[in-house]
Design a protein around this ligand. Sequence first.
Ligand SMILES: Nc1ncnc2c1ncn2[C@@H]1O[C@H](COP(=O)(O)OP(=O)(O)OP(=O)(O)O)[C@@H](O)[C@H]1O
Ligand SMILES: O=P(O)(O)OC[C@H]1O[C@](O)(CO)[C@@H](O)[C@@H]1O
Ligand SMILES: [Mg+2]
Length: 325
Amino acid sequence: MGKQVKTIGVLTSGGDAPGMNAAVRAVVRTGISKGLNVVGVRRGYNGLINGDLIDMSLRSVSDIIHRGGTMLYTARCDEFRYESGLQKATQTCIDHGIDGVVVIGGDGSFRGARDLSLRGIPCVGIPGTIDNDIACTDYTIGYDTAMNTAMEMIDKCRDTAQSHDRCLVVEVMGRRCGDIALNTGIACGATSIVVPEVPFDMQKDCLERIQKDLTRGKRHFIIIVAEGYGKVEEIAQQVGDFTGITARALVLGHVQRGGNPSVRDRVMASEMGHYAIEKLLCNGIGNRVIALKDSKIVDFDILEALEQKKEFNMELYRIAHEISI
Ligand SMILES: Nc1ncnc2c1ncn2[C@@H]1O[C@H](COP(=O)(O)OP(=O)(O)OP(=O)(O)O)[C@@H](O)[C@H]1O
Ligand SMILES: O=P(O)(O)OC[C@H]1O[C@](O)(CO)[C@@H](O)[C@@H]1O
Ligand SMILES: [Mg+2]
């Protein structure tokens, strides 16, 4: 049990993710119902450095549960990585009586939360990133919506690939993590899925597959590439040169980060936001991240969480490969 907490801050940091608003709402409402003052910090760690704060009320988080983006805005804040930025942020917390901060963001944001916790401001991290790249948790808020958006977009691409007898090579987001690519690849019946976690033999796993499929009467193809592998233009060129079919490259981009959150993201955000306050910050417990493990919400020490290594689902990858013939 830590010191008594009266006022907490909440911020969103790193890339926005659908469901961040639902998490902010849960944090604010749980905090207020436990008798805490809740302060919204705008534009990630920039808001702590510059004192860009707003008082939150039960009504200030009305009508946001269904919205993408984040009502608190978000940012990547370089200054916060350095001593001067950290010092200013700590001072803002002291000046405004902020006894703890909920940080909704990805792994980078958690590193910041650890640094601030070490400065005596207990922080709790809630995983909010479309990338699903945080090792300690099976799920990150935004991942489900992003995958469904990517799937819808790829379905549309499929119509045009089919009409023109073409191959479309589509890059999806995920930073160094291939989870979005693997799942949307399966969901869209991709011929090949290319991810940074698994060595890829272009000749055998892609070009010869397409060549063989052409002899079996298949005329259009979708290849899904994780951004951590990239090179979609190069792959499209190789497919065209080797097979003779027309290939086009497409980077889906930021459309994957927008849109109304799915049921899963809204519920997960609500549960995690509630847990962050009731189980941790309310009791002055910080330097923790919330995680989903084996379908249960749990928490870890931030440092231990960041040291864990994320495992790629090789079994799912094998299945995808086997059924995409
Ligand atoms: N090593 C670090 N030490 C302190 N703060 C950090 C560190 N790394 C990142 N941060 C802070 O967290 C912010 C967000 O980090 P980052 O850009 O890596 O996104 P993220 O939280 O991982 O989310 P996403 O990957 O979904 O965009 C950074 O702009 C910076 O303010
Ligand atoms: O919006 P930005 O700053 O270009 O960042 C893009 C990155 O952010 C993410 O969308 C979320 O981490 C990654 O998938 C992508 O690599
Ligand atoms: Mg990240």
